[in-house]
Design a protein. Structure first.
Length: 394
């Protein structure tokens, strides 16, 4: 097992020389001084041994490795296309996953078909692994639907905008399937910022007390919008699990093999009746929090460039090349597939029909509601006023 220090990071400076990171003093070390980080692939693409987790990827084939690489490349291309579409006014907002592909693809490919996923709003790679059409992710961000897919078709819940609330949904669902006697598991995704929410703490309490088969997968990209992780916690996030009575582990979130192995282990624990696990995928958000954010206002280029050197896609490509698991023909074919995906996404978004004027009032309550009926009537009168004005030549 490799070790990563959580020593202090100096305040970063912008290109102009002025510090933009605020008072970032020190990151306190965990008790004992060092933080354990599970890593199977180094940033240089070298395979390292791990006595605890090697067995979870021992049988992986060259084809499966190429599949993981393909997943990450296509997910990144989809994400880049969505960002471009927002900049062109085709989407209202977009939350990029740039830099977090390994955490999502590794964990997503560890799941079984009968496992259930509760995402936030950035899990585009996990959605890809669950077979959700990428274009369906964009409807909500274009403002034409409330989700775009049936959660039960892929065991992938709709995106959750309220920070941290999906962890409670996941815990309740996990408690339910445990009572039903199912041997499947549940996984809840959230970020380092959400780890400070009360809903997450409640989820930890209930899942521990009821031994729920749930994996809490925290993508620690180190910035809760403009708030660095050290302003939220005195210890590494994975150690919070100790206080609730279940294990936590920190994994290199830019190492797709390590994320795959650790998530398989955690899911195996859940299915075997051993209760919850907290997985902290230590990664980095290379871009903005969302397209409404400007990360240059709170962090400098030095930090970003250091993490770009740990790029999850480049890391696996180096391993594929040095291990002779992929040739130039594979990479060329994937590039063409990537271009085709970008084109399909772009065309699909621009062809999305506008929703009906009254669609917003549908499915608000299962049995209807007087207040909704009143609001619908008011909106109908408002819409009719435009037709009356047009008929009068106004």
């Amino acid at each position: 097992m490799t070790v990563e220090s959580t020593a202090a990071r100096k305040p970063r400076s912008s290109a102009g020389g002025k510090s933009t990171a605020g008072k970032r003093t020190t990151t306190r070390k965990a008790p004992g001084g060092e933080t354990q980080l599970v890593q199977l692939l180094t940033p240089e693409g070298k395979r390292v041994k791990n006595a605890e987790y090697d067995k979870y990827v021992a049988g992986i084939t060259a084809e499966e490795l190429r599949g993981l690489y393909r997943d990450m490349v296509l997910t990144r291309r989809f994400d880049a296309e969505a960002t471009a579409l927002q900049r062109q006014g085709e989407l209202g907002l977009w939350a990029s996953l740039l830099g977090q592909e390994a955490a999502q693809i590794g964990s997503g490919r560890a799941l079984r078909g009968d496992d259930y996923v509760f995402p936030t709003y950035r899990e585009h790679g996990v959605a890809w692994c669950r077979g959700v059409d990428p274009t369906n992710l964009l409807g909500m961000f274009r403002g034409v639907n409330h989700g775009g897919w049936d959660p039960n078709s892929n065991n992938f819940h709709l995106y959750t905008i309220v920070i941290g609330s999906q962890t409670l949904h996941a815990t309740g669902y996990a408690m339910g399937i445990a009572k039903d006697g199912a041997d499947s598991a549940v996984i809840a995704y959230f970020g380092d910022g959400a780890s400070s929410q009360g809903d997450v703490a409640e989820s930890f309490t209930f899942s521990a007390v009821y031994n729920a088969p749930v994996v809490f997968f925290c993508q620690n990209n180190q910035w809760a919008i403009s708030e660095p992780t050290e302003k939220q916690t005195r210890v590494p996030l994975y150690q919070r699990a100790q206080g609730f009575g279940f294990p936590g582990v920190r994994v290199d979130g830019n190492d797709v093999l390590a994320c795959l192995a650790v998530t398989k282990w955690a899911l195996e624990r859940a299915r075997g009746g051993e209760g919850p696990t907290l997985v902290e995928a230590f990664t980095y958000r290379m871009g903005a929090h969302t397209t409404s954010d400007d990360p240059t206002r709170y962090r400098g280029d030095e930090e970003r460039l250091a993490w770009e050197a740990k790029d999850p896609i480049l890391r696996l490509r180096r391993y594929l090349e040095t291990s002779n698991h992929a040739d130039e023909g594979f990479f060329a074919e994937l590039e063409a597939e990537s271009e085709a995906l970008g084109k399909r996404v772009r065309e699909a978004v621009r062809a999305m029909p506008d929703p009906g004027h009254f669609a917003i009032f549908e499915n608000v309550y299962a049995d209807g509601h007087a207040l909704v009926d009143e609001e619908r009537a008011q909106f109908a009168a408002y819409q009719a006023s435009f037709a009356d004005a047009e008929g009068q030549g106004v």
